[in-house]
Ligand binder design. Sequence first.
Ligand SMILES: Nc1ncnc2c1ncn2[C@@H]1O[C@H](COP(=O)(O)OP(=O)(O)OP(=O)(O)O)[C@@H](O)[C@H]1O
Ligand SMILES: [Mg+2]
Length: 249
Amino acid sequence: MNEINKNIESHLKYLKLSGIMPVYEELSLKATKSKLQYEEYLLLLLEEEIKRKQDTSVKSKIISAKFPFVKTIEEFDFSFQPDFKEKEIIRLSGLGFIENKENVIFLGPPGVGKTHLAIGLGIKACIQKYRVIFISAAKLLEDLLISSKNGTLVNKLLMYSRFNLLIIDELGYMPIVKEQANLLFQLISMRYEKGSIILTSNYNFDDWSKVFDDNIVASAIIDRLVHHSSLFYINGSSYRIKDKIRKKS
Ligand SMILES: Nc1ncnc2c1ncn2[C@@H]1O[C@H](COP(=O)(O)OP(=O)(O)OP(=O)(O)O)[C@@H](O)[C@H]1O
Ligand SMILES: [Mg+2]
């Protein structure tokens, strides 16, 4: 490596221009070959830097959203759920629902892709630089209960209010006692018309009385969630056992 390259690389390091570092030599050769103007070469370098910075920022948004797995909307096989409104999901992928502070609710039995779709929309939101957090309903309720017991509930609610998109997964797998239902109600009320929620549940709303000890609070929660929402009932069969079923037949 000659003296100029050494200096360039040390300056790039100092200025944290990690996108330019791996490409500047190759681009410089290309620029010479194609007789680019100095400004054109500089522009290419800057574009590489911006691309790298954007990729890193999306990656860090996806990591901090704490998705349990990474699956995209594009990976979702809509032909497996023929009754499902693909067009609606494509419309939601435009993320107007986050801008409008609306909710998305996926209801249906195990394995039909509720979490997959919630994560897919969450990833789209991360790419568009929205602040996203994914949490299971059980963990969320535990978190709220602990905060309420140790006097930090207000801070915890404020923390959840800072996200543009809150994904609450698997409501209904655990029974919800009155105290937890009240805490959930506070959270949902606080985000009502102020920030989007994606909720997944294996119970239809008619059956929420089986999940909640307190029917009145359950109704109040449903009311706020459903007003300004896109609601999907996915009634197909489980994708998890699709190969087993096909092999049998
Ligand atoms: N239509 C589909 N196309 C591609 N993959 C799918 C589809 N449906 C589900 N899957 C995959 O099957 C697995 C189970 O899906 P997912 O976890 O989203 O189900 P779920 O409806 O949330 O079920 P549960 O209620 O048990 O949590 C995941 O790996 C998911 O990516
Ligand atoms: Mg799920």
